[in-house]
Design a protein around this ligand. Structure first.
Ligand code: SF4
Length: 357
């Protein structure tokens, strides 16, 4: 792991971004923002999962008008995601949001950008300047920029140009994000911008895709950058309900020991022809059952006695399958043999004993 890049600190409400502060996990709602009840319910769910900053889309006046009511009901910083309309940005600031995410390039006129930046400065809130590969292509009127070698400098120059525009207005409460749907472009763009300024970086792969491939793309891009010491807040973008983004984000950070896990670690074998019980079903059940148990716990679920006892012994609680029954271990000691049909219940009983002792 490389040493973390030195950045200035920008505060998004109660959450400091950059410096030595923990890499913050964020997400974005997918409810209509104007539906206050649905949006608040989703944000509270995200908060319970560990989301530390939440962003909502503000596509219209009704959404902007809902912001103060949403803000009053939640605990984490609320960021307004603005495109095209400086009026909506100004309305969001007035509604009391903790920050804006905008692409200055689509606010149409430099005067509109000035108005928004000044209002954010007066309100004391930060702006995340979001530059993504799609908007850069559009701005440059390039039909196709497939080549990362061409795309990356354009993204970096665009971001720096916006920073200079903000700085000229005396505003430096900036977080930057350079996102592409290409993993390589995301990595290269962030590596490049990291050497050119000291603004905190928000990492993400844009339009990463459905959970399977999206998780892989995010883990590769964000994992490589974070291991390079780059990145101060992350959002894993996955198609579908945003709740699952939080678990993935923490898993990425925990795998690099940058944040603690949110849930116990489950070690499970992939299974093979030696496995004589439905290990996948047991793992799924255990995973659900241990949500909320101390994250320091390690639980091993192994298919057979080849590698099973070794792994199971090293875990806090472990099972190693056998024919008709499995061996149950606790803190390295064999407790007993348990018939497969009682395995899940007895495993949970042991986990409870351990967490209560
Ligand atoms: S622990 Fe046993 S069942 Fe699981 S992969 Fe290894 S050999 Fe196969």
């Amino acid at each position: 792991m490389s040493k973390r890049r030195t950045t200035r600190v920008v505060r998004k409400g109660s959450v400091p971004i950059g410096g030595d502060h923990p890499i913050a996990v964020q997400s974005m709602t997918n409810t209509p923002t104007a539906d206050v009840a649905a949006t608040v319910a989703q944000i509270l769910e995200l908060e319970a999962l560990g989301c530390e900053i939440v962003r909502v889309a503000v596509p219209d006046r009704a959404s902007a008008e809902a912001l103060s009511a949403i803000r009053a009901e939640i605990h984490c910083p609320l960021i307004a995601d603005i495109h095209f309309s400086h009026r909506l940005a100004l309305a969001a600031i007035e509604a009391g949001v903790d920050g804006l995410r905008l692409n200055p390039g689509n606010l149409k006129k430099p005067e509109y950008v000035r108005q928004v930046v000044r209002a954010a400065g007066d309100a004391g809130i930060p702006i995340r300047i979001g530059v993504n590969s799609g908007s850069v292509r559009e701005r440059e009127q390039l039909e196709v920029v497939d080549d990362e070698a061409e795309l990356v400098p354009l993204m970096v120059d665009t971001a720096l140009e916006y920073c200079a525009q903000f700085e000229a207005l005396g505003f430096s409460d900036i977080v930057l994000s350079l996102k592409a749907s290409s993993v390589l472009a995301t990595i290269e763009a962030n590596r490049a911008i990291a050497t050119r300024c000291d603004y905190p970086l928000h990492l993400g792969v844009t339009e990463a895709g459905p959970p399977g491939v999206g998780t892989i793309k995010s883990a590769v891009a964000l994992g490589i950058l974070l291991a390079d010491g780059i990145g101060d807040t992350i959002r894993v973008s996955l198609t579908g309900p945003p709740q699952r983004e939080i678990d993935v984000a923490y898993d990425i950070l925990a795998s690099l020991e940058l944040r603690e896990r949110r849930h116990p670690e489950i070690i499970a074998c992939p299974t093979c022809g030696r496995c004589e019980y439905d290990l996948a079903a047991l793992v799924e059940r255990v995973q659900e059952m241990v949500r909320g148990a101390p994250p320091s716990l390690t639980i091993a679920v192994m298919g057979c006695v080849v590698n099973g006892p070794g792994e199971a012994k090293e875990a806090d609680i472990g099972v190693a399958g056998g024919k008709g029954s499995a061996y149950l271990f606790r803190k390295g000691k064999l407790l007993r043999q348990v018939p497969h049909e009682r395995l899940a219940d007895e495993l949970m009983a042991e986990i409870k004993k351990l967490t209560q002792s």
